[in-house]
Design a protein around this ligand. Structure first.
Ligand code: G4P
Length: 556
């Protein structure tokens, strides 16, 4: 979603509708109360399902934006995903739109964007480590698509609770029962429909609130405020029958089936990530969206305790701690500062906070952390657990780094994945080798590419998960570091990180496989396998060596 909010730039905060509720930053609310009122979630979907549209509507409910001009932003996106130059142009916007905060009811909602393009799935994974829940958008005509499956796998790994929004019922789409079946069988998650569509396309009458036994009537047309819509009692009421005829009857039968299957909403199953409450609607018409936001507030978890390595850290502890999950180069290429996005895990950030950076042992003064509301950057006066703070830095902070108020905590859970595509880097102008090294190191720290240095010497090898990452690396090396490098095919199938407790065995392994070993940017030893067969043979031959397909990013 590279351009999600490009048009929002023109919407100043003073123009925007006022916040939905009072600000919670007043000093009288205790830390525990503030934390309990945080909801931090990511929107996930296959490209084109309606993530951007839904995000805009959610921001509108929070009073963060008005809607004018947002269509243009979506239109320009088409080109942005295939061309690094476009990506570069949009980079500033993607920085701004990656984290959004807005108030709703008496809560503070943190909404994290996930990159739409599958080639940046690693980035998405890291974002998902920073949230407490996910909102999955499904295109009702297309059902469960490839990217959704991958993203859901990530949610499942972390047992992240997922709310589902099935979008585009204003079109002729697939039958709701069929869609639920597909979610259950493909995504291996029980569905608990909360609303049910009455008709679709030209006959889309509205959604039936199963628990509340009332239909919210759909009126086609642009972006009406959903609080103005008509509520009709029951599917079998005279008015429902008069308005929706056979569609009301069909919906009634389907709802009976759903009820009969006993798939009512079960909060414990939702929180465990095994059941997803399902909502139907049309994001573009702002229909069914408020219900989703209400569910997020009512059901999604507030920030939870986290394993800090030596102990469990509670979110409302007074001492500050945070974990960096994303590094983004700044919008201004002249200044090599970067923004580290950190999720606050406990305590309170206030400007001037002195935080220990356990990895380096240094103390950093965080003077001006930022947050974003729509496109606008705001300096933060306060952040608590669940909030995301953007910290300017010049490379001190890396992905996975922890910041604390003195304690040597270690929050686990942000891995590098074994790359699937490899290239050798050849420098066209040998005089630029220092710049190449610096560029690759910094792009590596951003998590854009993995950089392997063969232990026996030779060309540096780059590894990525998605091919588009190479284009971005080449483009940024040229524009930011004035390095002209070519990337050539490398006969490498995959990488495995090597762990072995027995030093003698490890030394023997190194000697025997030196031509296939490299160190990654953190110095970790990596086996670069030329084929799956070679990996299998080597694994079998060296049983005392563990070949890991992920490496947790070093923290404390
Ligand atoms: P994404 O971020 O998940 O990639 O999707 P996005 O919101 O950009 O939506 C993809 C397309 O689907 C857009 O159309 C958008 O207008 C349309 N869309 C989103 N929600 C609905 C809905 O509820 N009903 C219908 N009928 N369409 C919906 P587009 O033609 O690509 O762009 P645009 O010309 O509308 O800007």
């Amino acid at each position: 979603m590279w351009t999600a909010f490009s048009s929002i730039q023109s919407v100043s905060m003073t123009q925007a509708a006022g916040p939905a509720t009072a600000d919670l930053s007043s000093a009288d609310a205790s830390l525990a109360t503030k934390v309990a009122r945080r909801r931090t979630f990511a929107i996930i979907s296959h490209p084109d399902a309606g993530k951007t549209t839904l995000t805009e509507k959610l921001l509108m409910f929070g009073g963060a934006i008005q809607l004018a001009g947002t269509v243009k932003a979506r239109k320009s996106k088409r080109h942005a995903t295939s061309d690094w130059l476009e990506i570069e142009k949009q980079r500033g916007i993607s920085v701004a739109s990656s984290v959004m905060q807005f108030p709703y009811r008496d809560h503070v909602v943190n909404l994290l964007d996930t990159p739409g393009h599958e080639d940046f799935s690693e980035d998405t994974y890291r974002v998902l480590t920073a949230v407490d829940a996910a909102l999955m958008v499904i295109d009702a005509a297309r059902g469960v698509e490839a990217q959704t499956i991958k993203l859901l796998e990530v949610c499942r790994m972390r047992a992240t609770p997922v709310i589902t929004f099935i979008n585009k019922f204003d079109r002729e789409v697939r039958e709701p029962l069929e869609l639920l079946d597909e979610i259950e069988s493909v995504l291996k998650m029980d569905c608990a429909p909360v609303t049910w569509p009455v008709g679709m396309g030209k006959h889309f009458g509205g959604v039936y609130d199963i628990e509340g036994d009332a239909i919210t009537r759909f009126r086609p047309g642009e972006e009406h405020a959903s609080k103005d819509v008509e509520r009709i009692a029951g599917l079998t009421s005279e008015r429902a029958r008069a308005l929706f005829g056979a569609d009301a009857e069909t919906a009634g039968m389907e709802v009976d089936l759903v009820r009969g299957a006993g798939s009512g909403f079960d909060k414990a199953a939702f929180l465990a990530g095994t059941q997803t409450p399902v909502f139907f609607g049309s994001a573009i018409n702002n229909f069914g969206v408020r219900e989703v936001l209400e569910a997020l507030i009512d059901w999604a978890p507030s920030p939870q305790p986290r394993d800090g390595g030596s102990r469990i850290v509670k979110p409302d502890e007074s001492k500050f701690s945070a974990i960096v999950f994303k590094i983004q180069a700044n919008m201004d290429p002249q200044h090599r500062d970067r923004i580290a996005f950190a999720r606050v895990c406990s305590g309170r950030y206030t400007p001037g906070l002195k935080a220990l950076h356990p990895r380096s042992g240094k103390t950093l003064r965080i003077g001006n952390a930022i947050t974003f509301m729509a496109q606008e950057r705001k300096h933060l006066d306060e952040a608590v657990a669940g909030d995301i703070i953007g910290i300017h830095n010049h490379g001190q902070l890396g992905i996975g780094d922890v910041l604390t108020e003195g304690e040597g905590l270690h929050y686990a859970g942000i891995p590098y994945f074994a790359p699937e595509l490899f290239r050798r880097v050849r420098l066209r102008d040998p005089l630029r080798s220092k710049q190449l090294r610096q560029g690759l190191q910094q792009l590596g720290e951003e998590g854009l590419v993995q950089v392997f240095t063969p232990i026996g010497g030779g060309d540096t090898i780059l590894g990525v998960v998605g091919a588009l990452q190479f284009d971005v690396v080449a483009g940024r090396l040229a524009s930011e570091y004035q390095v002209d490098a070519s990337f050539e095919a490398a006969a490498i199938h995959t990488a495995r990180w090597i762990i072995c407790d027995d030093d003698k065995e490890l030394a023997a392994f190194r000697d025997a496989n030196a031509h296939r070993l490299a160190t990654d940017s953190s110095g970790a030893l990596t086996f670069l396998a030329p084929s799956a067969a070679a990996l299998a043979v080597t694994t079998e031959k060296w049983p005392q060596i563990t070949f890991h397909n992920t490496r947790e990013i070093a923290a404390a």
